[in-house]
Design a protein around this ligand. Structure first.
Ligand SMILES: [Zn+2]
Ligand SMILES: [Zn+2]
Length: 378
């Protein structure tokens, strides 16, 4: 039996700002097929806004339209397909945006974040088992990252959910699906920062803030944080930054080099701009490692002084999903949250109903928020 619910549908990217006037996301009634045999129907309880959602709306990253965005969320399982064993109705789950098929060479060798079938399904705007489950009349509506969480319900692959303990609030749980894995996961896994290392983090959005928490968890001795917005730096200090550097007339990199005595062991670019990457690259000392995770506009050109890379013996890495295996790392990070060692809840700045999603987009674009939680049932 098909069923209907409200979802925030995007039909065209690149609409003008403010989004509260152009309303790129329209709340509409859509139809869903019931979950297939390896799929799960989830009642979405919390879906947070991430910069990647903004890149879908502003067109920086191209997606098949129409689409329901939203890829960082949590909810309650309503119904499961006949072959699903990992979750049952009533379970609380985190939705994860990189499905892990479990049988491809990358999944089998422990690199679930590189799952090829998962990536291909995401790019097609469909689910892991193929095709979409959402439509309106005759028109197929695409899934964003196998999820489409800006809606009352989501039909997803069982490989797109991870069970979570019921004593963790669902709004906090949502953050583990993207911000936590991408930010803290990158510091802990991709960078593998060790106790005593020094770290620079460029950009204080949800992912950058999570990276600060991750650096604290890793035991970094000094955490230098750069941003263009002084409000973000004030916030960074409250969650663990030991030094902050405002990007103004004096470049932040000069301040970081001076404060760190010649550069840090690691730098993480989380802002998604070439300028942020250059700051990160120049902030590490000789032999240091710079990790990019902010998703720079793919059309932006970049040139690198390769000879300088050689003589400085720096390492450049990209990080996808913080090199996490969600089934392994989400329970680990949630346990650290329960023990009070990983205060992810500090990242939540707003709660809004689904009807205010365009306002939330404006607040994100204006840097007036860290993580905003959309609650479709509030
Ligand atoms: Zn995200
Ligand atoms: Zn796989």
């Amino acid at each position: 039996m098909t069923f209907q619910f409200q979802a925030a549908v995007l039909r065209q990217s690149g609409m003008p700002r403010p989004y509260q006037e152009s309303k790129p996301l329209q709340l509409e009634e859509i139809t869903a097929q019931p979950p297939g045999e390896s799929e799960v129907l989830v009642k979405v309880m919390a879906a947070s806004l991430c910069r990647s959602d903004l890149s879908v709306v502003n067109g920086v990253r191209a997606w098949p339209m129409p689409i329901v965005p939203g890829h960082e969320a949590s909810g309650v399982v309503e119904e499961v397909g006949s072959s699903v064993k990992s979750v049952k109705a009533g379970d609380h789950v985190v939705l994860v945006y990189q499905p892990q098929c479990g049988v491809c060479p990358d999944c089998v060798s422990g690199d679930a974040h590189l799952c090829g079938p998962g990536l291909m399904a995401n790019r097609s705007g469909g689910l892991l088992a193929g095709g979409t489950r959402l439509y309106q009349g005759e028109v197929n509506i695409h899934h964003h990252m196998g999820l489409s969480a800006f809606a009352e319900y989501a039909v997803v692959s069982e490989h797109s959910v991870v069970p979570m303990p019921k004593d963790i609030p669902l709004d906090v749980g949502a953050l583990f699906g993207c911000a936590v894995m991408c930010g803290a996961g990158t510091v802990l896994n991709t960078g593998a920062v060790r106790p005593g290392d020094t770290v620079a983090i460029v950009g204080v959005g949800g992912v950058g803030s999570s990276a600060i928490l991750g650096a604290k968890l890793a035991g970094a001795s000094e955490i230098f944080v750069a941003d263009k917005d002084p409000r973000k730096l004030d916030f960074a200090k409250t969650i663990g930054a030991t030094h902050v550097a405002l990007e103004d007339d004096t470049p932040a990199v000069e301040k970081i080099l001076e404060l760190s005595g010649g550069g840090t062991d690691y730098a993480f670019e989380t802002a998604g701009t070439i300028g942020a990457f250059e700051t990160a690259y120049s902030s590490v000392k000789r032999g240091g490692t710079v990790v990019s995770l902010g998703l720079v506009d793919p059309k932006t050109p970049f040139s690198l002084d390769v000879a300088g890379l050689v003589t400085s013996a720096k390492t450049i890495k990209g990080s996808y999903v913080g090199s996490c295996n969600p089934l392994v790392h989400i329970p680990r990070y949630m346990s650290l949250y329960q023990q009070g060692k990983f205060s992810v809840d500090q990242l939540i700045s707003h709660h809004l109903p689904l009807a205010e999603i365009n306002k939330a987009l404006d607040q994100m674009a204006d840097n007036d928020a860290v993580r905003q939680i959309i609650q479709p049932w509030a």
